[in-house]
Design a binder for this molecule. Structure first.
Ligand code: GTP
Ligand code: MG
Length: 202
């Protein structure tokens, strides 16, 4: 798949995740600082389509990016950022869970982005359980693989695979763009396969 067009459409703070068209969503979830926004920039081949920061908690809204006029990449705020107050954090997690459990805007797939070095955290595991309970299609993307020498990476990915059970895992580096072709192929495959919940897809 070639990305020829990527445009920011809207940022959602509340729970109005609907858009005026019926294009499919690919949602990006993950811990703050895992690299969701960087990964979207890398995927679309633009340095600054999405704002990135060394300070966790950069993304405060669910940002919709329309790609090739065909689908949306939705960049969600991160969860599990220690410096956020518990109250704020709960609000963020609550909104994400609302999107996952009740929203009519059912994503075609949820990409759970993790820092390969950190692995799956307790919050990631909670998120995966909720996604599975709500029968979402899930892909785990282990980002920041540039931080590893090759042999250590293999070991770490094997460990993550063991914990992730049946969920497919892809590896990525938003810094070097390694894994880009595979991830684009994965998205293309997801978009052409028939949705699991035709009646609720938006
Ligand atoms: N080495 C390396 N650093 C990365 C990679 N991806 C992201 N980063 C860095 O990680 C930090 C966080 O990246 P963001 O893309 O803002 O992370 P995010 O998941 O969107 O964070 P929130 O918006 O807070 O949820 C930035 O300093 C990025 O430059 C990667 O693949 N390799
Ligand atoms: Mg972000």
């Amino acid at each position: 798949m070639n990305i020829v067009k990527a445009e920011f459409v809207k940022g959602v703070i509340g729970d109005d995740y609907g858009v005026e068209d019926t294009l499919p969503h690919i949602a990006f979830f993950g811990r703050s600082n895992a690299g969701k926004s960087s990964l979207i920039n890398s995927l679309v081949g633009r340095k600054n389509l999405v704002k990135v920061s060394k300070m966790p908690g950069k993304t405060r809204e669910a940002n919709f990016f329309c790609i090739n006029d065909e689908f949306y990449l939705v960049d969600f705020p991160g969860y599990g950022y220690a410096k956020q107050s518990i109250k704020d954090r709960n609000k963020m997690v609550e909104r994400i869970f609302w999107y996952v459990e009740f929203s009519q805007a059912r994503p075609r797939s949820v990409f759970v982005i993790i820092d390969a070095k950190v692995g799956l955290t307790a919050l990631d595991k909670d998120m995966l359980n909720i996604l599975q309970a709500n029968k979402h299609h899930i892909v785990i993307v282990a980002n920041k693989i540039d931080k590893f020498p090759k042999s250590a990476l293999k070991e770490q990915i094997a460990l993550i695979k063991k914990e992730a059970k049946d969920i497919p895992i892809l590896t990525y580096s938003a810094k070097t763009h390694e894994g880009r072709e595979q991830l684009l192929e994965k998205i293309a495959g997801i978009l052409t396969s028939s949705p699991a919940h035709e009646d609720t897809i938006h």
